[in-house]
Design a protein around this ligand. Structure first.
Ligand SMILES: Cc1cc2nc3c(=O)[nH]c(=O)nc-3n(C[C@H](O)[C@H](O)[C@H](O)COP(=O)(O)O)c2cc1C
Length: 340
């Protein structure tokens, strides 16, 4: 195993999952058993993420923090008409938000202040200068990429490692730009393509649900794997009960990529909201995310999964329940069987 993950017993990383899912309990349970837990700073206030970082730091266990690289797609007429349509259909007042950077500077200061061991980035590549500062401060800087071009950029800016996100991944596409992309390249092929040209330590993510998937990703050239959906229904996950129920109930048959909830492509359980609004949803992140927040909150209150964003990978039907320990130990048993 490469130096970057040599202090971990297992090269298994719990994906940062924004929206209250990657709790301190989830991250620490994964790190305690020998993997690497991640906090998700996206959408949180600096105060909220500082409290979580403090708890993880206090534990003495390895952990990571994930930050969203700021972006604000320009707002145009399509956002106003989307707002009007949603207001009419849901009878909820909505607001066009001001541009914001998700407290980028404050969050960077926090990961420096607490010398967070692993800092990963999504939705773009931080500058060479920022990456250098983190490295000098003792953090490993990991840039999430989705293709060779982005991997080259991450390497060019001095990243310690890349996290390669494949097409099956649950949640937002991590593309540097808010583009239309619908890649069908299987994760193991993508790993091999990147491995040929990028000598950096590589974490592979997207549709990894069992020990065999982990074995295949490692055999294809990844140094570690990152799993999100696989941990969604654990007891330590902060996913709300309606979300967990939707994942396990059999009510939802498939996932799809959608812009309807956030204005940026993300993979989730295909529900009525996605089907109804896909053709009119503007490509406008993070404004659409803020715009639809009251609708999603109301749906949660009403217990209505048809208007909630239920991020999950294509492989969600294989989700296991139980504690992190139960799920993790099963992964290890399966992995060891493949390796023997
Ligand atoms: C509910 C959910 C929330 C996510 N939030 C984040 C996030 O805040 N930051 C990030 O880098 N990736 C996020 N992701 C993507 C994961 O990092 C990872 O790419 C993905 O979970 C891997 O695919 P899998 O879900 O099949 O394991 C999220 C994924 C899910 C399912």
């Amino acid at each position: 195993m490469v130096y970057l993950f040599s202090n971990l017993k297992y090269p298994i990383i719990q994906a940062p999952m924004a929206g209250g899912i990657a709790t301190v309990d989830l991250a620490l349970a994964v790190s305690k058993i020998g993997g690497l837990g991640f906090l998700a700073a996206g959408y949180k206030t600096p105060e909220a993420i500082e409290e979580e970082i403090y708890k993880c730091k206090e534990s003495g266990l390895p952990f990571g923090v994930n930050l969203f690289v700021p972006q604000n797609d320009p707002i145009d007429e399509s956002l106003y008409s989307y707002k009007e349509r949603l207001e009419e259909d849901f009878q909820v007042p909505l607001a066009i938000p001001e541009p914001n950077d998700d407290y980028w500077t404050e969050k960077l200061e926090l990961v420096k202040k607490y010398k967070v061991p692993y800092v990963s980035f999504t939705f773009g590549c931080p500058s060479r200068e920022i990456i250098e500062q983190l490295k000098e401060n003792g953090s490993a800087a990991i840039v999430t990429v989705t293709n060779l071009e982005e991997a080259k950029m991450a390497m060019g800016n001095g990243a310690d490692a890349i996290c390669l996100q494949g097409a099956d991944a649950g949640g937002h596409r991590a593309t540097f730009q808010n583009v239309d992309e619908d890649s069908n390249v299987p994760l193991t092929e993508l790993i091999a393509i990147i491995r040929r040209e990028i000598p950096l330590p590589m974490i592979a993510a997207g549709g990894i649900m069992n020990g065999k998937d982990i074995h295949l990703a490692l055999s294809a050239g990844a140094d570690a794997v990152q799993l999100g959906t696989a941990f969604l229904c654990t007891e330590e996950s902060g996913a709300n009960p309606i979300y967990k129920q939707a994942l396990k109930s059999g009510e939802f048959k498939e996932t799809a990529l959608t812009r309807t909830f956030s204005g940026r492509l993300a993979r989730g359980l295909k529900n009525e909201f996605m089907v109804k609004y896909e053709s009119i949803a503007p490509r406008c992140y993070p404004a659409v995310n803020a715009l639809t927040q009251p609708i999603r909150s109301k749906a949660l209150k009403d217990g209505n999964p048809q208007a909630m964003s239920l991020w999950a990978s294509t492989r969600f039907k294989e989700i296991q329940q139980g504690t992190v320990k139960d799920v993790f130990e099963k992964l290890i048993r399966e992995l060891e069987r493949c390796q023997s």
